[in-house]
Design a protein. Structure first.
Ligand SMILES: [Zn+2]
Ligand SMILES: [Zn+2]
Length: 272
């Protein structure tokens, strides 16, 4: 049984529920470790259709205070983290975000290619030709590797998020040897930096209807002996530890038997 969920959000960003409510959901699910990984505010050029920048900027001190208070509760081990966006053009901004608080751990995420939030809208993808989509997949994994190579983060989030709105095209692209090689470069960097690769049930709830990452990437990760983490990426209490029995079966099928927990520079393992 997976008893550790290292990816969750609160109402300080675009999620629905409070930190206390998310924590109570973690307790109800029998989790031993629960990681809060609220989004970090983005520079103004990087905008989603439903933008929550102002609310998040205003709520960040409360987020920190609330998570710290929950750490004292003791019924479930609470980790204070953040999900940091990687912006290749704004690396100083990213670095500041990654060092703004005394975090237990950090998740690094690529949600933007240039200034395009590619996980925002299906319509954006419906307009793209097959060739243009291939360029996006290529750009995503090139960017993903650069994010990893900074060494600023502990976990690489939702490794194949780029498939979110075009899963069939993505698999067509990934079946090529050159594509697999590119993804593998990212995984090798991840191993070199001592990071964990996230296995996330969020994809099941998105239009791609697949766990992040897909089987081909899981196979490479297993061959390379990568460390893994489990994530629901919950934005509401009912999604805390979402589909974890399915994630456990999935990970076990590739030979994984434990996941890692990052806490203030220390790494521990938890069997599942
Ligand atoms: Zn994310
Ligand atoms: Zn997230």
């Amino acid at each position: 049984m997976i008893t550790c969920d290292l990816h969750s959000h609160t109402c300080h960003s675009h999620a629905r529920d409070t930190a206390v409510q998310m924590y109570e959901a973690a307790l109800a699910k029998g989790l031993a470790v629960f990681g809060f990984s609220e989004h970090s505010p983005r520079p103004e050029r990087f905008t989603y259709t439903r933008e929550y920048r102002d609310r998040l900027n205003a709520g960040l001190p409360d987020y920190v205070r609330e998570v710290k208070a929950l750490q004292a509760d003791g019924r479930c081990r609470v980790l204070f983290g953040m999900e940091i966006d990687w912006f290749e053009s704004d690396q100083d901004f990213v670095r500041r975000a990654a060092t703004q608080f005394d975090f237990d751990y950090l998740i690094g995420s690529v949600h933007f290619l240039g200034e395009w939030g590619f996980d925002d809208r299906q319509e954006d993808w419906d307009r793209l030709s097959a060739a243009r989509k291939d360029e996006c997949y290529q750009a995503y994994f090139t960017t993903w590797r650069k994010m990893i190579e900074t060494g600023w983060f502990n976990i690489a989030a939702h490794p194949d998020l780029i498939k979110i709105f075009s899963v069939d095209d993505f698999h067509r692209w990934l079946a090529r040897e050159a594509s697999l090689r590119l993804v593998k470069e990212g995984l090798l960097a991840l191993k070199a930096k001592g990071m964990g690769m996230e296995i996330s049930s969020a994809g099941i709830r998105k239009p791609c209807r697949e766990i992040y990452p897909c089987a081909a990437i899981m196979r490479m990760a297993a061959d390379l002996g990568l460390d893994i983490t489990f994530a629901s990426d919950a934005h509401a209490t009912e999604d805390v530890a979402h589909a974890f029995p399915r994630l456990a079966t999935y990970a076990r099928a590739f030979g994984f038997a434990d996941s890692v927990v990052f806490a203030h520079g220390a790494t521990s393992r938890m069997a599942f």
